[in-house]
Design a protein around this ligand. Structure first.
Ligand code: PEP
Ligand code: MG
Length: 608
């Protein structure tokens, strides 16, 4: 950027608030910096008197921003206004998409032994095996790679992992971005090691401390290419691994060993290591573990959140019994994931998937979904406006997996503004231009989306669902609009049904009228709860009571009044403590995330 434009353009700034429980951590930071980087203007982030380059993952991470913190983004120079607007939108979306780690409920198994260490659950399960303390070996090899080449190679590896791994791939992308930001500041390995040491020391005692392992992980990756490899040594026989911490990249190797459980001392339930342990299904705890005899058999009970270092025979028996139950349950659920689901009273229930992109449709198929109950199409519109071909291609790929598909038209607007369209600033974005209201304000975008959906449907049966419907008029207008689109492009839509999401309370009082015009309903409990209680679903401090009878009463009213098929696609549909009540209310179709399918089916089979 020229000095001229920097000196003579006024800086513009905005304040952002961290709303995710996990803080502004590595994965969202990497995505944020990736959006900031291409802009020609200078972009900085300031917090508590410290100002850093907002295009640099490493410096942004050093702000240690936690939930509730307000920080300032300032842009100056060419395209500063646009950059600020896009970054604001990106940040809000990132905060919304950042999943909280659900609090895992504890069980209580009564153990006799008094050598009990209390911990925190990372991944539920039980392990009974000898303890084994983490050991590594450093191997030095000849290599003539330069630091720049080693960094390049490491970034390529991370890129490959991002594309080839199934779950949690954004961890690798985040590590790649972090490495890219460090690369610009160092010339030698020693400088890289020192910079990493300094960055890690800034994260010590902050909520982002668990990200230190990501720095060590990328350092080891680079060192490996420079001839210094760290090999972790694992026993051949079953073991419970005790370590201070593990690097995210070590978890995949670990899961291929005879490991039964893992106890880490210095991680957090949100760390990348913890996420990958959960993904691999390895029972694990965070707990202190000094001086545990390595040869002795110990119990890691990540249901009750304890480590029993000197179990009695009775303790071992109890733990074994619980372990057998776990094995039976998982085997059972997974082996039956393709089977139809019938309750004990022989009622057939359909379990569909909530799908968010092409990959999650493939996963839904593998996990045993009977169809797609909610295809969230926002993924296509995130960065820039998709072409008709891009949209049609994605829908065709997704539609090819199942006979039953419900596709939801674009549900952005308000707080989730699209960076490439001009929406007016709203005081209450959750009550503003969202979902179906886009048909009025952005007909061109809706026309193109419907055109692509109809084209991809290619005469097959399909359900098209409108989000955020609050009046009969909105639905009628959207349906008329859809018919006109079909006419204009000469596409046959006789095989297409049109329905609505029920997520605005007004619909509960309009069901008689809607019964006359819609083909189906799907209850979006995430938004319905938000509007029933007037509490923003992303609010940093206000929480909606999860099991409130109000929400169940609303569902009961819908089931009673609706005379068209009703399904549930909000988060509530996948909650084990809510499923029995939903079935009792007469719900016969649940749509849940792909990973919840096998377990949801099992909950239904156990229901009387
Ligand atoms: C809902 O609101 O419950 C829902 C399923 O839609 P989304 O979470 O995409 O708003
Ligand atoms: Mg919704």
């Amino acid at each position: 950027m020229g000095l001229f434009s920097l000196f003579f353009s006024k800086p513009v700034s905005t304040e952002l608030t961290v709303t995710s429980d996990n803080g502004f951590h590595l994965r969202p930071i990497a995505k944020f910096a990736a959006v900031a980087k291409p802009y020609p203007c200078k972009i900085e982030a300031s917090f508590k008197g410290k100002t850093v380059d907002a295009k640099n993952v490493n410096t942004l991470l050093s702000l240690s921003l936690e939930k509730g913190n307000h920080f300032k983004i300032t842009a100056q120079g060419k395209q500063a206004q646009e950059a600020l607007k896009v970054l604001q939108h990106t940040f809000i979306t990132l905060m919304q998409d950042d999943k909280e780690v659900k609090k895992i409920q504890k069980e209580q198994i009564a153990y006799e032994s008094d050598s009990v260490i209390e911990g925190q659950i990372i991944c539920k399960g039980i392990a009974i095996s000898p303890a084994y303390y983490y050991q590594e070996k450093r191997i030095q090899k000849e290599t003539n790679m330069t630091l720049a080449e080693a960094i390049e190679k490491s970034m390529q590896e991370l890129e490959t992992l991002y594309h080839t791994q199934k779950d949690h791939t954004d961890i690798y992308l985040a590590q790649k971005e972090l490495l890219a930001s460090l690369q610009t500041e160092v010339k030698t390995l020693l400088e890289l090691e020192k910079l990493i040491e300094k960055s890690c020391s800034e994260l010590l005692d902050t909520k982002l401390e668990a990200k230190i392992s990501d720095y060590h992980d990328i350092l080891q990756r680079v060192q490996k290419h420079l001839g210094l490899e760290t090999k972790v040594l694992f026993p051949k026989t079953p073991f419970i691994l005790l370590a201070n911490d593990m690097l995210p990249s070590q978890i995949e190797k670990l899961s291929q060993t005879a490991v039964q459980g893992v106890v880490l001392r210095e991680t957090s339930v949100n760390s990348h290591t913890a996420i990958l342990l959960r993904g691999a299904g390895i029972p694990s705890l965070i707990a202190a573990h000094d001086k545990i005899g390595e040869a002795t058999e110990i119990i890691l009970d990540a249901h009750s959140s304890v480590l029993i270092t000197k179990p009695t025979n009775n303790d071992l028996q109890r733990a074994n019994k619980r372990l057998e139950e776990d094995i039976k349950q998982t085997r059972n659920a997974s082996s039956k994931r393709f089977d139809p689901v019938i309750t004990q009273s022989r009622k057939k229930i359909k379990v569909l998937a909530n799908v968010t992109d092409v990959n999650s449709a493939t996963l839904a198929k593998e996990e045993g979904a009977e169809g797609i109950g909610l295809l969230r199409t926002e993924f296509l519109f995130k960065e820039e406006k998709p072409t008709l071909e891009e949209q049609t291609d994605a829908y065709e790929k997704i539609f090819s997996h199942f006979d039953e598909i419900t596709v939801r038209t674009l549900d952005v607007g308000g707080d989730k503004a699209l960076p490439y369209i001009d929406l007016p600033k709203e005081n209450n974005p959750f009550l503003g231009i969202r979902g179906i209201r886009l048909f009025q304000t952005h007909p061109q975008i809706m026309e193109e989306q419907l055109h692509a959906i109809f084209k991809a449907s290619n005469n097959r049966f399909l359900k098209v669902m409108f989000p955020m419907v609050s009046t009969v008029k909105e639905f009628n207008e959207a349906k008329t609009f859809a018919k006109k689109v079909a006419q204009k492009y000469q596409l046959n839509i006789e095989h297409i049904q049109f329905g609505i999401m029920i997520e605005v309370p007004s619909v509960l009082f309009l069901l008689d009228a809607f019964n006359e015009i819609v083909d189906f309903y799907s209850i979006g409990t995430n938004d319905l709860a938000q509007y029933l209680f007037a509490i923003e679903r992303t609010h940093p401090t206000l929480y909606i009571e999860e099991n409130s009878s109000v929400l169940f009463d609303a569902i009961e009213t819908i089931v009673k009044k609706a005379d068209k098929p009703v399904s549930i696609c909000g988060e509530l549909a996948g909650k084990s403590n809510a499923i029995p009540q939903l079935l009792d209310l007469g719900i016969t179709t649940l749509s849940v995330s792909p990973k919840q399918i096998a377990q949801t089916k099992e909950e239904i089979r156990n229901h009387v």
